[in-house]
Every structure is written in C-alpha cells, then in structure tokens.
Write a protein that binds this ligand. Structure first.
Ligand code: NAP
Length: 269
C-alpha cells in the first residue's frame, strides 16, 4: 500500500514522522509515495490534518486519511504519537475499511468578471469584512432570507461544527447528518436591522448564497486558507457530493471526542 506522511514542523511531529517513515521503509507491504498515495498519514493536530486535506485536495476521492496527534486527541486524529508501531501493523493488515464525513462546496464569483473559484472546505468557510460592518444579502435556495449586518457569517460542516462555528455560538452537529450550518458573527439586531439571530441548519438539497453589498475589502476563508485580494460578488455554499475518508482501524465515537475535548473525564468528581 502506498503511504504519504504529512507533518507539521514541530520537533515532536518531525521525530514521529521520521520513525514512521523508517517503519514503513522496512515493511514488505508498505511503500512511501508522496505523489500518489492511497493513505495519507497526518502527524500533528487537527490543523495539520486540515493542511494535509488541502494539499491532497485533488485526490480526496481516492485517498484515506489517518491522523496521529502529537498534542491532544483531536477531531480528525485518532492515534497517539507513541502508537506508531500499532498503526503500521494496522496498515499492513488493511482491508479498506473507512469512515467518511461531509465536505462543504464553495463557489465564489467576482465583480472583476474574472472566472469563478471553486473550493472545498473540511471545517468551514467564513465571510467577513476587513474593516467596518459587513452588509450582505443572504439567500437560501435562491430566495432572499435576510439582510445581514454584523461582523460576518460562518458556514460549517458537521465535523467543523466543533471549531470556529462553536466559538461563535453554533450548535455541535454529529457528522452522521449531511448538513451545512450558518452561524452569525456579532450580528446587529435592533429596531432597524434584523437577522434571524440564531444558527440555522440547511439540508443537502438547499444552497446558501451570500451577496456582500460592497464587493471590496471582504475576507473569505476556507479552513485555514484566506482570500482577500479580489472583489467578491457572491458566494454559494452547499454540501459537497465529495466526502473525506478516514481509514477506520480504530474509530473514536464523535460524542466521545466532543466530551474529551470540551468537558474532560472527571465527571464523577
Ligand atoms: P489555528 O488558529 O492554529 O488553530 C485553531 C484551533 O482549532 C486548533 O486548536 C485546532 O486544533 C482546532 N481545530 C481545528 N479543527 C477543529 C475541529 N474540527 N474541531 C475542533 N477544533 C478544531 O488554526 P489552524 O490550525 O490553521 O486551523 C484552522 C481552523 O482554525 C479553522 O478551520 C477554524 O475552524 C479554526 N479557527 C477558529 C477560530 C475561533 O475559534 N475563534 C478562529 C479562527 C480559526 P489542533 O490544536 O489539534 O490543531
């Protein structure tokens, strides 16, 4: 099986990546292949897995990911840095098992008449203004839903719901739901301006389009990536037909991850 290792540049991650690489090279069943892997092993945290996902974006349908965490249990990382031998053994006995999660399709059109951009997010996309209030029309399924005023909007996947979305008051959604969540960032609500004021969850049959009233000075993010340099006309979001696949040698239940990350394990005290 062809394996790629994708790590961050922290010392612990480099050490784990080196050990992993040596074990793979001494295996009869495994071979290192950075260009055309079947399995991508990310070594670091959830942020590293996000980078690995974007690095291998063109191969998303063909590869399965495995996350080794060198810090704390993450949302995309199941293996600890001291379990590298066990992981290599699981790879050697692989029978193709996987678990998949929804992704977010993003289509951006620009008022400079240049061609549209198409991106895919694993966590979320946000639209904000560089300075001042963002004013935008929000359409759901091509129907005007609201006139938004505030800092911005965060559109997330279920697995991204525990990231930026949670920080801005969005709900945590199990990745068994195929859905997009729209959460507000500091909306202005008074007698003049009105937004829905709560997160909304949209099914895969519906799209969400955001049309900024001023196309200049908007900031668009796609996970850790940033787009600032073109005048945005409209952004359309929908659940992608594509999904991300993880090799399922072991699988931590989603709500166990949520509890572990945000509540802790001293519940009986
Ligand atoms: P970063 O600012 O270095 O790290 C952001 C933090 O978010 C890290 O602790 C990361 O975990 C964690 N994280 C990433 N994906 C997660 C998920 N699905 N569920 C729960 N936590 C998650 O940025 P980065 O490492 O390049 O990651 C980009 C992500 O940062 C964005 O996709 C966005 O979700 C998040 N972000 C959050 C805020 C906020 O909450 N106010 C603001 C900007 C960006 P690890 O430590 O395991 O890497």
């Amino acid at each position: 099986m062809r394996i790629a290792i994708y790590g961050n540049d922290r010392k612990t991650s480099s050490e784990v990546a080196t050990k992993l690489s040596q074990l793979i090279q001494s295996s009869d069943e495994l071979v290192l292949d950075e260009l055309n892997p079947e399995v991508v092993i990310s070594v670091g945290g959830d942020g590293t897995l996000l980078s690995a996902f974007h690095h291998y974006n063109d191969l998303t349908e063909k590869v399965r990911f495995v996350g080794i965490h060198t810090g704390h249990l993450g949302f995309y990382t199941d293996w600890r840095d001291n379990e590298v031998e066990q992981l290599v053994s699981s790879l050697e006995h692989d029978n193709g098992q996987s678990v998949s999660y929804p992704l977010l399709d993003i289509e951006v059109s620009y008022s400079d008449r240049g061609s549209n951009d198409y991106m895919v997010a694993l966590n979320e996309s946000t639209v904000k203004k560089l300075f001042g209030t963002m004013v935008a029309k929000v359409y759901i399924k091509d129907q005007l839903f609201e006139n938004f005023r505030g800092d911005g909007l965060c559109i997330s996947t279920p697995t991204g719901s525990t990231a930026y979305n949670k920080s801005v008051g969005g709900a945590i959604i199990s990745p068994n739901f195929n859905a997009v969540q729209v959460a507000e960032m500091a909306s202005i609500n008074n007698r003049v301006f009105r937004t829905i004021g709560s997160p909304i969850i949209v099914p895969p049959t519906e799209s969400v389009t955001i049309v900024p009233m001023v196309s200049l000075h908007n900031v668009l993010t796609c996970d850790q990536l940033l787009i600032v340099d073109r005048p945005i006309k409209a952004i359309t979001y929908r659940i992608s037909q594509r999904r991300i696949y993880f090799a399922k040698y072991r699988h931590t239940h989603f709500w166990e991850r949520v509890g572990n990350s945000f509540i802790g394990d001293d519940l009986d005290d």
